[in-house]
Design a protein around this ligand. Structure first.
Ligand code: NHW
Ligand code: EN5
Length: 389
């Protein structure tokens, strides 16, 4: 069935009775000494070579951008393809503690064309309250013309080797694809901000007995936020925000632990990349709530007039004093004011609470969460607060 995944330290069957006896936060599936890690790269098929990608270099960033823009994830109907921007890729792949050797490319030897990529970034992931140093794997991509040649397993083995060389033995990754075996599963929900354009590009359909005018009215939002003291987060807010996020995350069974340095990287606003707002209470002079979303446009495939769809994705949501529905309604207004066409949210953590009130509808996509070399009990979506990019 799974020629590659059956050889890997991942749960081979859905964790059921088998995992009832294991420690609450789980345990490694295998352990091995550092000296057992191969010191040389895995062999690639003929005519291809490994190439570390320096994303600090504009030319190599451009090559990575182009590979992903033309070959990365599409929806089931192949109408949209993720179009991570250059600035976004730098933000996503150059966080505190990044390793240049974890930006792995494959090139054609003869002309040096970049045809495949995979990445790892370091993260501390808390599983059932147990912080584990691991990596997040993302941006696995093989050029369309090189699919089904078993290149992906070689990329995965090679990045595993390079991560193991740094004495790290666990990883987390998400995928739409169903692989052995998800620790948690979520569904995408969508909130139209620009319903006319969403219908034009085929992202959504005009409901029966609805006109465009009535649909526009249905999804209309106020011009200003309900919370008057919500504003973009600044450097001065970050120490307080860090404590707020840490305190909030404790209730979940799967989340990242961010240091102050991490939080500054991941949450300080960057135009066109990451938008973070805090609610400032003037009486106590304290930050009481935080909400953030990232910008991930999709290319509209084969459309005569529209070539891009601007989507905001919920990232870090910390309702503390402000009700979650109010905080998210404000996030919708702020996203609409920043020219986003749609607001996307996973139905994990406490998110399902605001969906009907704020007119979200289920999408046709789902997201599976995986842990590499870690077996633990399955995590219900309500206990999952981990968002990968
Ligand atoms: S999920 C997005 C993945 N990328 C895309 O979907 C882009 C479009 N598709 C492609 O580029 C986010 C290709 O179709 C890819 C597969 C490259 C997906 N994850 O080369 P073959 C991530 O980046 C298995 C893992 O012939 P291909 C997360 C498949 O089950 N495995 O296929 C990445 C089969 O194995 P099996 C996947 O279509 C996490 C084998 O690949 C997969 O030409 C990576 C077939 O290979 C996926 N998304 O290329 C794991 N899709 O056993 C990290 C297919 O079933 C693990 N496969 O025969 C941890 C590593 C670090 C550990 C450190 C301790
Ligand atoms: C690694 N970090 O399928 C992530 N998106 O629902 C990689 N559907 O946009 C894995 N098919 O339902 C990512 N509109 C896996 C997701 C891949 C992308 C994907 C789905 C998520 C999506 C849209 C468009 C469907 C087009 C046809 C969708 C209907 C809902 C609509 C929203 C606006 C208001 C009315 C209803």
């Amino acid at each position: 069935e799974h020629k590659f995944w059956s050889t890997q330290p991942v749960p081979q069957t859905l964790p059921a009775r088998e995992t009832q006896h294991i420690r609450h936060h789980g345990e490694p599936i295998e352990t091995k000494p550092l000296h057992a890690v191969p010191t040389r790269p895995y062999s690639l098929i003929d005519h291809f070579e490994w190439s570390d990608i320096a994303l600090t270099d504009d030319k190599q960033l451009e090559e990575t951008y182009k590979l992903l823009n033309e070959n990365y994830v599409e929806d089931v109907a192949a109408m949209f393809r993720f179009d991570y921007s250059r600035h976004f890729l730098r933000w996503a792949l150059l966080p505190p503690g990044y390793q240049p050797s974890w930006h792995v490319g494959v090139r054609v030897k003869s002309n040096r064309k970049l045809v495949a990529f995979i990445s790892a970034i370091p993260a501390t992931v808390s599983i059932h309250s147990n912080p584990i140093s691991m990596v997040e794997i993302n941006f696995l991509c093989v050029h369309k013309k090189l699919r089904s040649k078993r290149l992906a397993p070689v990329l995965i083995r090679e990045i595993t080797r390079r991560v193991n060389l740094r004495n790290i033995w666990q990883a987390v990754y998400t995928a739409g694809a169903l692989l052995p075996s998800p620790v948690s599963v979520s569904n995408y929900y969508h909130r139209a901000l620009n319903p006319k354009k969403l219908i034009e590009v085929g992202f959504s359909r005009l409901q029966p007995r609805m006109t465009i005018a009535r649909t526009v009215k249905l999804f209309a939002l106020k011009s200003q936020t309900e919370t008057p003291t919500i504003r973009p987060m600044t450097l001065d807010d970050t120490l307080e925000a860090c404590a707020l996020v840490k305190q909030h995350m404790r209730q979940y069974d799967l989340h990242v632990d961010m240091t102050l340095e991490d939080l500054r990287h991941w949450l300080l606003p960057r135009e066109g990349v990451i938008y973070t707002y805090v609610v400032h209470d003037p009486h106590s002079n304290a930050i009481t709530d935080l909400v953030s979303f990232y910008s991930l446009p999709s290319s509209v495939i084969n459309h005569p007039t529209h070539n891009s769809l601007n989507a905001a994705y919920a990232f870090c949501i910390v309702p503390n004093k402000t009700p979650i529905n109010t905080l998210m309604k404000d996030a919708l207004v702020l996203a609409r004011n920043n020219n986003f066409d749609v607001f996307n949210v996973l139905d994990l953590a406490h998110n399902a609470q605001f969906f009907s009130d704020l007119k979200f509808t289920a999408g046709d996509g789902s997201l599976n969460y995986y842990l590499y070399n870690w077996k633990c009990r399955p995590i219900p979506k309500e206990k999952n607060a981990l968002i990968l990019l």
